[in-house]
Design a protein. Structure first.
Length: 317
């Protein structure tokens, strides 16, 4: 099959599968924008199992958008305690206040307007627009990138903005009218539980019949591909920094474990708010400097102490 045919076949294959195999997650029980938005922010850097309890406790404390907007920050951060990346919680409240002050407490229904909210990037905006408002807007994260790269056996670097934009555009061209939200969630679900980085369950995949990578026996991601798309241990000015795309951190560690590799050294990690997948290097001594152009050197160590080959790539914001 050609690439266009693979994309066109996705809705028909994924929607029936999702209808019968979707996990029962609390944020999927309705299409309320506040609930979907909250869950997507929590899940950016948190595993589903951990986010479930936080999500329920958060809504119990702040059941409406106006409750969140009016909340005491200390109480808000206390509820967030353990999730880390507290800027997410602060941005939630900033966005809630914008929504209450400028939109009358109602979420806008377009991706463009959603992206103007504090802490909301293209992925979250696409998820809310499609799931809550049936807009044909793709939500392309690491899981979706991996799924489409395997289905089409496309070797284009998934970390490049051009690759992400191309995949999003091709997906949006085949979004099924009236089932946009389900299609978005089906893609997410496929990448999360079937087309996983380590040991994908190809026999259970609804798209296996037209997956080029499966046909060629190429479903295992290489260590270089995952690290190039997800993270680096960077030597800059004598310090070693771990720079990553937050939404792919769990995928990275899964692949590192699968390859018997562990990080040699780690330092503080950060990213420019609302701009994932852009990278900002945080130097432990000098502080963040947006716009840095760096040449990462990947330094990984196996359990026996031997080091892998270096992987070098150029990145800039």
């Amino acid at each position: 099959m050609q690439r266009e045919e693979i994309y066109a076949a996705l809705p028909g294959a994924l929607l029936p599968w999702y209808a019968s195999h979707a996990r029962d997650l609390p944020w999927r029980r309705d299409r309320e924008p506040y609930h979907v938005w909250l869950s997507e922010i929590m899940l950016q850097q948190t595993r589903v199992e951990a986010a479930r309890g936080y999500y329920l406790r958060f809504l119990d404390a702040f059941p409406t958008l106006r409750d969140l907007a009016a909340a005491d920050e200390a109480r808000l951060l206390k509820l967030w305690e353990g999730l880390g990346y507290y800027s997410r919680a602060r941005n939630l409240q900033k966005a809630a206040r914008v929504l209450c002050d400028e939109y009358g407490g109602v979420f806008p229904d377009t991706r463009e307007a959603l992206e103007r909210l504090p802490g909301v990037g293209p992925y979250t905006a696409g998820a809310v627009a499609s799931i809550c408002f049936e807009r044909p807007c793709a939500a392309v994260d690491g899981n979706v990138l991996r799924v489409l790269s395997r289905l089409t056996a496309d070797g284009a670097p998934v970390d490049l903005p051009a690759t992400r934009a191309d995949i999003a555009a091709r997906l949006e061209a085949v979004y099924p009218a009236g089932a946009c939200g389900d299609f978005t969630q089906a893609l997410m679900e496929l990448g999360a539980v079937v087309c996983t980085p380590k040991s994908p369950k190809c026999g259970l995949c609804p798209a296996n019949d037209f997956c080029l990578a499966a046909a060629r026996g190429e479903t295992q991601c290489s260590m270089e591909e995952i690290c190039a798309a997800s993270a680096f241990l960077c030597r800059t000015g004598g310090s070693v920094n771990f720079v990553h795309k937050p939404e792919r951190l769990s995928e990275l560690f899964c692949c590192m474990t699968a390859h018997g590799i562990e990080p040699k050294r780690l330092r503080l990690v950060c990213h420019r708010e609302g701009a994932v997948p852009n990278l900002v290097l945080i130097d432990g001594r000098r502080g963040g400097k947006p716009g840095l152009k760096i040449e990462p050197t990947l330094i990984l160590r196996r359990p026996d102490g031997s080091e892998t080959d270096e992987v070098r790539r150029i990145y800039h914001r």
